[in-house]
Ligand binder design. Structure first.
Ligand code: BEZ
Length: 204
């Protein structure tokens, strides 16, 4: 079972942008890993398109984006064309192929007994593969958000959470952020973001 503050499990996987080692790919910044049960699922299509549009905002925060879907990379490439056509944003971030369910199991989104292939599996029996993980520069899990298949995930909220954890956001000025906190409501900070602001909070 994974919990907040656990190390995000490392893995090597094929993606739509080549093979990656997850921790090396994250590098020194932040990362969002968000998962999907199957390619061409309608709600997920909207989520991937919206994230493609939001990518510049995450980049400003030194935060990379990576998607995962329980299908091979060859299928992801076709889905990316569909996403651009229907959602109006080109997917420029990598999409992990997980046809053997390895990453889905590693991140506890599918049980060990789910088998070792996506063949014959449906979006419905993979429906638990709908989690957003925010990973910090220390490679620790900062947030986990699992959604039902009926409901699109709110990535503006994920952006808000990243803001709250970065030194330019909640931590530096306020220590903790309440339910209504937004970076925009802290005027002195909204214009002075620098790459250093996107680093990790120093304890003590
Ligand atoms: C979707 O539309 O994204 C979806 C459909 C079934 C299961 C999970 C997701």
């Amino acid at each position: 079972m994974l919990r907040i503050n656990d190390e995000a499990p490392n893995f090597t996987a094929e993606t739509s942008q080549g093979t990656i080692n997850f921790h090396e790919w994250i590098g020194t910044g932040w990362a969002i890993l968000f998962s999907h049960p199957k390619d061409f699922t309608p709600v997920c299509t909207t989520e991937l398109g919206y994230m493609a549009g939001l990518q510049p905002e995450f980049e400003k925060r030194n935060c990379k984006i990576i998607g995962l879907s329980v299908d091979p990379v060859s299928s992801h490439s076709k889905w990316a064309v569909d996403i651009e056509e229907t959602q109006g944003h080109k997917v420029n971030y990598p999409m992990i192929g997980d046809p053997q369910l390895k990453v889905a199991k590693l991140y506890d989104m599918l049980p060990a007994e789910a088998g070792e292939t996506c063949e014959g599996r449906t979006a419905v029996n993979n429906a638990t593969v709908r989690t957003v993980f925010v990973v910090g520069p220390d490679k620790k899990i900062k947030l986990m958000l699992s959604y039902p298949m009926s409901t699109g995930r709110n990535f503006d909220e994920v952006l808000r959470v990243v803001d709250s954890m970065q030194p330019a956001g909640g931590f530096r000025r306020r220590g903790q952020t309440d339910f209504s906190w937004r970076l925009e409501s802290t005027p002195a900070l909204s214009t002075d973001r620098s790459p250093a602001d996107a680093g990790v909070r120093k304890e003590g």
